[in-house]
Design a protein around this ligand. Sequence first.
Ligand code: CAA
Length: 298
Amino acid sequence: MDIKKVGIIGTGTMGVGMAQVCAQAGIPTVAVKATPGTPERAQAGLEKSLARMVERGKMEAAEKDAIVGRIAFTTDEGAVADCDLVIESIIEDLDTKKALFKRLEGVCTPDALLTTNTSTLSVTSMMAVCEHRQRVAGLHFFNPAPAMALVEIIHAFETSESTVRALEAFCKEIGKDPVIVQDTTGFIVNRLLTPYLLSAVRLLERGTGDIEGIDHAMMSGAGHPMGPFALADYIGLDVVNAMAQNIYNDARTDHHNPPHTLTRLVELGYLGRKTGKGFYDYSSKPPTANPALKHPIS
Ligand code: CAA
């Protein structure tokens, strides 16, 4: 199946990032804002990030304009009616996603591929509300979508082989490096990454090292581009906490249970880079450890 037009539902960081990737590969893309309001902020954010790449000499101005020109930002879900592939990237709430899949079946043609970018929710549960289940799958991009090569293609219970093959071909066409995964909570990357991030928090709680020390060790000793605390802040502590909770609810294994310090930071509204404070305080350059963590939080 040839994917000539892509619809993205949700214009948050991942939605806009995936739209950029598709448009950059020359594919006309519709980006639908899923929550109330206009999509202008999302479009302005994309243009700003592309303008920075032009300034840094990583992209020609003409390419930037071409990418922006290939993305139609809208608030109309019906605009994905003629898309061959839809990727939803709305709030990580199963009931909201199921309702969206039901609506998409009414909007899209019966052979359009309907996919979810969920991190830890069940693709099979979304498939269950659909009539044409063979075309439902997961398509899990990583943040930042334009820079991270991997896409997990999630094979849910009734996903057809032709759907998986079409998604695999699509990923390669947009320059990504796909892996096929069975529908297990957290798939591969988040199933392994989440307990790693939680283990770093537990080391901090035990006093094994401080935030900067643990990050430095994993960058310098294990070759990671970011240490676990910088990465957790980058992903968003609410997202990490929700991923841990979802995997824990499914697996009931202690190492997936979110540690006290993480849940307290989320409760306090310290969600990482997006709120200016998480494990680090981003008001200083370079960021320093969040002073709230100088003493154990209880
Ligand atoms: N748009 C386009 N390109 C971008 C970009 C963006 N938003 N952000 C970074 N890039 C590109 C840069 O242009 C650059 O490309 P070239 O090498 O071709 O020049 C490359 O990425 C590296 O970027 P920078 O030089 O600006 O910065 P860096 O070297 O510090 O890398 C990073 C930044 C890519 C974020 C790197 O630190 C990294 O890989 N961090 C780990 C990120 C990670 O693990 N993400 C997965 C999170 S888990 C997840 O997403 C799953 C989930 O479900 C929650």
